[in-house]
Design a protein around this ligand. Structure first.
Ligand code: ZN
Length: 97
């Protein structure tokens, strides 16, 4: 049996990649979150785990367009920090809040 692998488009570089290789950003009733487990309900957008893609997404307002909401500078900073930590091997994305 062939396994179905869901693919999603990065809001930065626009390339299509397997969902699990991307970082999910979710819009919920309580605001915007980094959904590292890809399990939170809400409208989601995906981005490569790459700072270059974050820069592109900011420039093109890819996240705003995809989630149909304004994204604060604070959230972008949080996302940037998250991606920088992801680059460090010891960082466990599962415990991120
Ligand atoms: Zn990308």
């Amino acid at each position: 049996m062939q396994e179905f692998i869901p693919h999603r488009k990065c809001v930065g570089c626009m390339s299509i990649k397997p969902k699990k290789e991307l970082l999910r950003i979710v819009r919920t009733d309580k605001g915007i979150f980094i959904d590292s487990k890809q399990k939170m309900p809400g409208r989601g957008a995906y981005i490569c785990k790459d700072l270059e893609c974050l820069k592109l997404a900011m420039k093109k307002k890819g996240l705003e367009k995809s989630l149909k909401v304004n994204i604060s500078k604070d959230f972008y900073e949080k996302l940037e920090e998250f991606l920088k930590k992801l680059a460090v091997k010891s960082f466990d994305a599962e415990v991120w809040e």
